[in-house]
Design a protein around this ligand. Structure first.
Ligand code: SAM
Length: 236
């Protein structure tokens, strides 16, 4: 699989920033994902991410660390952090930026245990499809030390289906026409004129996440809501 995301991070890290990433999804047109955003520091992070970092304690696993922004902040605060990602470029960049413990690893292959597990910037995206949520949650639960916590953010994207008048008509049409969950999207990336391999991305509304947590014996509490249907949840 092409690692366009990692290549873009490496270019930015190495001072070769010329273009941003272009994203689009099965339900939305092209959008720009500015590379500097992927290197944000604490004060430029959304308040949900800042809150997650404030709540982090003990040994921390940063899942899908990207360039390592969250790991770096926590490391500087003196916490022991392990950062994992399936993007080779991302892991290389996190290392270059000074994250001491990084590994090229899929979440499902992680076996150590942690006091805090972070999944940030639509953390449920990694679960890909609603049908896979239980599998991921069970695995995440197995990585928790006693009294450990999982901090995850996502967005209820129902608003993206609303019609121009603000009504939920097109959302209802969509529900009628599809049997799968409305937060399951196909996601496309391109960088420097090259298209990446499309992948699945899951946006999960809080109630659905909470119900899934209950089936695997995790408690799910709403920590904070953002300005645009986004939220931070704490699972324990
Ligand atoms: C939206 S980016 C977020 C990056 C970073 N957390 C941030 O906030 O800037 C999602 C990251 O998750 C990684 N990822 C996707 N699936 C993964 C998996 N199963 N295990 C570990 N990392 C994964 C991707 O390679 C990507 O770097």
């Amino acid at each position: 699989m092409k690692d366009l995301f990692g290549r873009a991070l490496l270019d930015y890290q190495n001072g070769n920033y010329t273009e941003d990433l272009i994203t689009s999804t099965s339900i939305s047109d092209e959008d720009v994902l500015p590379l500097p955003y992927l290197f944000r520091n604490y004060k430029d992070m959304p308040k949900l991410e800042q809150k997650a970092l404030q709540l982090a304690k003990g040994q921390v696993l940063d899942v899908g660390c990207g360039s390592g922004s969250h790991s770096l902040y926590l490391q500087t605060k003196g916490l022991l952090v392990k950062a994992i990602d399936i993007s080779k470029g991302a892991v290389e960049v996190a290392k270059l930026r000074g994250v001491s413990n990084t590994e090229l690893k899929d979440l499902l292959d992680e076996t150590q245990t942690f006091d805090t597990i972070l999944l940030l910037m639509n953390g449920t995206g990694i679960f890909k499809k609603l049908s896979k949520v239980s599998k991921y949650l069970k695995h995440l639960k197995s990585l928790l030390k006693p009294n450990g916590q999982i901090l995850v953010d996502s967005t209820d994207i129902k608003y993206m289906y609303e019609d121009e008048n603000g009504g939920p008509d097109s959302y209802r049409d969509w529900i009628d026409a599809h049997s799968n969950y409305y937060g399951e999207l196909d996601y496309y990336l391109s960088y420097n004129g090259e298209d990446g391999t499309p992948f699945k991305m899951l946006y999960l509304d809080f109630e659905t996440l909470k119900a899934a947590c209950e089936t695997v014996g995790l408690k799910c509490e709403l920590v904070l809501e953002g300005d645009h249907f986004d939220y931070l949840a704490r699972l324990h």
